[in-house]
Design a protein around this ligand. Structure first.
Ligand code: M6R
Length: 616
């Protein structure tokens, strides 16, 4: 959840670190810190955003070519300057930056206090600095290894020491750590986004590995063994363009990413459609296609927006195949006593590929004998590497904390998987071709919706002062309702509830009055008549409605009071029922964005959140 960037080489390191921090800020932003070691260690930390850290540094000249920096998302200890990373040992000789949680830190801390160490923060992380100090006898790598052997929990760790001006040590367990390979210089980061400006050659550290970086060399090894070896064959090329991780004139990353959605859908199906055969080909699943064909049960596990994509995946998989499909929140999955028989497939969906709950659930499923697959956007991420096979989104970097383009991409790929499996079963060539034709139209249909963004802005202005919102949908539009509500609440801090429209009469209808607008997702599909009845029930109780409907739906207009301004309709183009979420979610993303903007919220960095949730 926190961000790490570091460097060892010959350049002036300060601008590299500050730029890297800005690119990582979406991972956590309650405090930030930097340490550069030259003749002396120069340590600066500040509560709040990176801009506060810059103010704190002020005109102080930062000198040196070895350093590292951190953006924090607090777990242990409130956001404060002493709790911000980097943390030092007792004598300020070595510094650590840590992402993750040290579960046994209380015991370790007590032991270290008893031995005379002085602690300056409330964090769990600081124990690592003191443990390394305890074991240090001139060999920093060995001290790090011995310290980490005492630690229970998770870490993405970076360490530098005053006695080793040409060395940085990094290690990982369940928290990403990536090496950036340069010429005469090396970088390390928690996230590719911080590296691509400098190098596209990276090495993803594996679980329980550590690495020693010097300007001209890097060695990697297991945390359990003392031997570290140079392994250039581990270097992979990252194809992310630096401009993809910049705002390019948009006021926020979220808005930019909403407008990138036509391309995200194109990238999701590019090269994966076989129109003549009415099916899809997903190269990442080739190696497991026999097991997939033999599967009788798929369990989709994910969190947040990815969970909503999973809910949609269930509808479409059930529609196009004979599989029995379950969807579970990754954080709940592990509490179920599931009986895995041969033929159970678990699909973990995650934009970041690092979400701790999803990663833990995937691992759990694998130990129980399931075939684990991943649907992941970030190439080389933990879920991508730990699953047996999978599909990449190719949606490009998603920087905004609020997921948008990754959702649309996930739903598109779930449709491709369903199409592929359906065609291997009973789905007809004709139906397969119809799905492909409709898929190919989606990017231009999303463009049509985006070209009407001003209409959503107008609606947002009317409703921005309301404090509570209800999002209603049925069948395919139910997960869209959940997603629309999540978008609004996470970036505007307004109360928004997504509900299955059919459940309204079982309780929530009691809430309806003029102060509670209902956003009704009502495309013309198989659940349309029942959804219209729900809208009529809302109107009968004086509720205000914003409807997302199919172009040309005049019947709905006659039910709503659009002319006098009480209600609103936003039209989306017609598509197949299974694809309608890919269109209907776009106006909801825009509505959330504009309402949050009108309320002056910090859209790309909503309070208390972080882009990648690497704690359980
Ligand atoms: O990286 P993941 O897709 O695994 O992330 C899962 C959730 O943390 C994420 O979707 C979160 O709910 C977003 N902030 C929603 O916009």
């Amino acid at each position: 959840m926190c961000g790490i960037i570091g460097y060892v080489g010959s350049q002036d390191v300060a601008p590299i670190l500050i730029d890297g921090l800005k690119r990582l800020e979406y991972r956590g932003y309650d405090s930030a810190g930097i340490v550069i070691i030259d003749k002396e260690a120069q340590l600066f930390r500040a509560v709040g955003k990176v801009s506060n850290l810059e103010k704190r540094i002020g005109s102080h000249p930062l000198v040196g070519s070895l350093g590292m920096a951190h953006t924090r998302w607090a777990t242990h200890g409130k956001p404060s300057e002493p709790n911000a990373h980097p943390h030092a040992d007792c004598h300020g000789r070595l510094f650590i930056i840590h992402n993750g949680i040290i579960e046994n830190f209380q015991t370790l801390k007590q032991d270290l206090l008893d031995e005379g160490h002085t602690f300056r923060s409330e964090t769990d992380s600081e124990v690592i600095a003191h443990l390394i100090e305890k074991y240090y006898d001139g060999n920093l790598a060995e001290a790090v290894r011995r310290a980490l052997a005492r630690v229970d929990g998770t870490f993405g760790l970076a360490v530098i020491h005053k006695d080793h001006l040409d060395q940085a040590i990094v290690a990982r367990r369940s928290s990403p750590l990536i090496l950036g390979i340069g010429d005469g210089e090396h970088f390390f980061a928690s996230d590719v986004a911080a590296l691509v400006k400098h190098t596209k050659r990276v090495v993803y550290l594996d679980e329980n590995e550590m690495a020693v970086l010097t300007p001209h060399h890097f060695t990697i090894g297991s945390l359990d063994k003392p031997d570290l070896v140079h392994s250039s064959s581990r270097t992979v090329h990252v194809d992310w363009d630096i401009t993809a991780a910049e705002k390019q004139g948009y006021s926020h990353f979220m808005l930019k990413e909403i407008f990138e959605q036509p391309e995200a859908v194109r990238n999701a199906f590019r090269g994966r459609l076989l129109p003549a055969k009415g099916t899809a080909k997903l190269g990442g699943l080739d190696s497991v296609i026999d097991r997939l064909q033999a599967a009788h049960r798929i369990i989709i596990i994910s969190c947040g927006t990815s969970y909503h994509a999973g809910l949609l995946g269930r509808y479409v998989l059930e529609e196009l195949t004979d599989l029995s499909v379950e969807v579970d929140l990754a954080s709940e999955f592990r509490y179920r006593k599931l009986n895995f028989r041969y033929g159970t497939v678990v699909l973990g969906i995650s934009q970041s590929g690092e979400t701790a709950d999803t990663l833990a659930a995937v691992r759990e499923a694998q130990t129980r004998g399931a075939l684990a697959l991943g649907l992941v956007n970030v190439v080389g991420s933990s879920i991508a590497r730990e699953t047996s096979a999978g599909v990449y989104n190719h949606a490009g970097p998603e920087i905004s904390v609020a997921s948008t383009k990754s959702f649309i991409s996930q739903v598109t790929i779930l449709t491709l998987i369903s199409l592929m499996l359906g065609r291997l079963q009973k789905l007809s060539l004709r139906d397969g071709k119809a799905i492909i034709t409709a898929l190919e139209k989606l990017p231009s249909q999303i463009e049509t919706i985006l070209s009407n963004a001003d209409e959503i802005l107008r609606i947002a202005k009317k409703f921005a002062d309301y404090k509570n919102f209800l999002y209603l949908g049925r069948k395919y539009s139910y997960p869209v309702a959940l997603e629309g509500a999540l978008k609004l609440k996470e970036i505007s801090y307004l109360h928004a509830e997504g509900y299955a429209a059919g459940e309204m009469k079982h309780g929530p209808i009691a809430l309806i009055d003029r102060q509670l607008p209902s956003i009704c997702i009502v495309p013309r599909d198989s659940s349309y008549p029942k959804m219209v009845s729900n809208i009529q029930e809302t109107k009968a109780r004086d509720g205000r409605v914003i409807a997302i409907a199919t172009q040309g739906d005049d019947k709905l207009r006659s039910i709503l009071r659009v002319e006098d301004g009480t209600d609103e309709i936003f039209y989306i183009p017609e598509t197949l029922e299974i694809l309608s979420p890919i269109l209907s979610v776009v106006p909801l993303q825009l509505l959330a964005y504009y309402v949050a903007d009108l309320n002056g919220c910090d859209i790309d960095k909503p309070r208390n959140l972080a882009k990648s949730v690497t704690v359980e």
